[in-house]
Write a protein that binds this ligand. Structure first.
Ligand SMILES: [Mg+2]
Ligand SMILES: [Zn+2]
Length: 168
């Protein structure tokens, strides 16, 4: 799953704990996947590091806190992967490139075809396609193309999964 705009409200280049506001129903959503046996992995573009807006340490501190907030609710985030580069760097890890998925595959045994990618940008959905992730979910933006399913909000996605339990 993506982070900014999915786990937290996207205010652009969020790196401070006190500016990190969880999106409503995100804990419910992640818990549905966790209870269904999915491993939860965050893949997030963080060009704010490459731009010098914040540091790797800032990112790590925020990530550790964020994972801890899920842990308080007995939800395990298995890994937070990030790309610190600028678009101009042409790295292999900035979504929609698949470097972070390749990294995840070195750590975990993942069936990509049975995996879901949840994001709020075209690059998230394109990542899913590029990495052959089976199901891609677009949240919030009507203009995103090629998603398997689209929802206006995380709350709407939670409602959908509660009504369609077999889909997982
Ligand atoms: Mg996002
Ligand atoms: Zn990168």
């Amino acid at each position: 799953m993506d982070r900014d705009g999915i786990i937290n409200i996207d205010y652009s280049y969020t790196y401070k704990i006190d500016e990190f506001k969880f999106v409503p129903y995100i804990f419910e959503l992640v818990n549905i996947f966790a209870l269904a046996g999915y491993k939860i992995i965050v893949v997030t573009n963080q060009s704010g590091i490459g731009r010098g807006y914040y540091t790797e340490d800032d990112f790590d501190i925020l990530s550790e806190w964020m994972v801890g907030e899920f842990a308080k609710k007995d939800i395990t985030i298995s890994k937070v992967l990030h790309c610190p580069h600028l678009p101009l760097d042409n790295c292999n890890c900035r979504k929609p490139n698949i470097g972070m998925i390749e990294q995840a595959l070195t750590i975990f045994d993942i069936d990509l075809g049975s995996s879901w990618m949840i994001g709020d940008k075209q690059s998230d959905i394109d990542l899913a396609r590029n990495a052959s992730i089976g199901t891609s979910i677009a949240i919030g933006d009507d203009n995103i193309k090629n998603a398997s399913l689209s929802f206006d909000t995380i709350e709407k996605m939670v409602q959908y999964l509660q009504l369609n339990k077999g889909i997982l």
